[in-house]
Design a binder for this molecule. Structure first.
Ligand code: PGA
Length: 249
């Protein structure tokens, strides 16, 4: 269960959250719970993450260092001891021109430095309405996984996030979400094999909340969630983690 705070929470708010949730979520032996926070608070959160929560970043530059004003390098992230990084979130694709090629470069770099990339894919409403969803997912997934070796690919987490469901309160039905996640699993199987397809973790994201999480997580092709709005409140995030854990038992 991964929370994506986006551009929310000051340092004080982030610390309040971490103190409230750190010992109330399921054990790491049962569920991987991750908060992806703004870079400026990552080190503070890692220091207080406790035994069961993990911390991730929301973006990373694909270059090692250099003249990229305002960017965060892979080594800067690993120096904070975060373990995850979101790559290619639709907001980054849309507002910051992150292309499929960039997403692939960032994914390769994240693996190289030992971070677990959470790679986001998903279609717009117009693409869904013109029956283009599977084509879009195929292009995005195939680009993202280009030149990723058999021994590395299962370390990647893929998040299916239909753009029309993000922050809109319009959740994909559990059947739609499961169908798309199943399609992505099939793409992975074609590119690698069945073993990898079964092992790779595929999340659903887009208006997941405490009410719909159980239903979504009970679907066979959905391994977890990437949650924006509902991950901002400690009590909701605790509930999301516990419900996901129960649904997957
Ligand atoms: P949301 O965001 O849960 O607020 O829809 C999900 C995301 O963008 O990762």
């Amino acid at each position: 269960m991964a929370g994506n705070w986006k551009m929310n929470k000051t340092r004080d708010e982030a610390l309040q959250f971490i103190y409230a949730v750190a010992d109330k979520i399921p054990s790491i032996t049962e569920l991987d719970s991750v908060i992806c926070a703004p870079s400026i608070v990552l080190r503070d959160l890692v220091k207080r993450q406790g035994d069961n929560l993990r911390i991730g970043a929301q973006n990373m530059n694909e270059n090692d260092s250099g003249a990229y004003t305002g960017e965060i390098s892979p080594a800067m992230l690993t120096s904070t001891n975060v373990e995850y990084v979101i790559i290619g979130h639709s907001e980054r694709r849309q507002y910051y021109n992150e292309t499929d090629i960039k997403v692939n470069e960032k994914t390769i770099k994240a693996l190289e430095v030992g971070l677990t990339p959470i790679v986001c894919v998903g279609e717009t409403l117009a693409q869904r309405e013109s029956n283009d969803t599977f084509n879009v997912l195929k292009t995005q997934v195939e680009y993202a996984l280009k030149n990723i070796s058999y021994s590395d690919v299962f370390k990647i987490v893929i998040a299916y996030e239909p753009i029309w469901a993000i922050g809109t309160g319009k959740t994909a039905t559990s059947d739609i979400a499961d169908e798309a996640c199943g399609y992505i699993r099939g793409l992975v199987e074609n590119l690698y094999d069945k073993d990898v397809a079964l092992k790779i973790r595929i999340l659903y994201g887009g208006s997941v909340n405490v009410k719909n999480v159980k239903e979504l997580m009970s679907k066979p092709n959905i391994d977890g969630g990437l949650v924006g709005g509902a991950s901002l409140k400690p009590d909701d995030f605790i509930t999301l983690c516990n419900e996901a854990n129960e649904a997957k038992k």
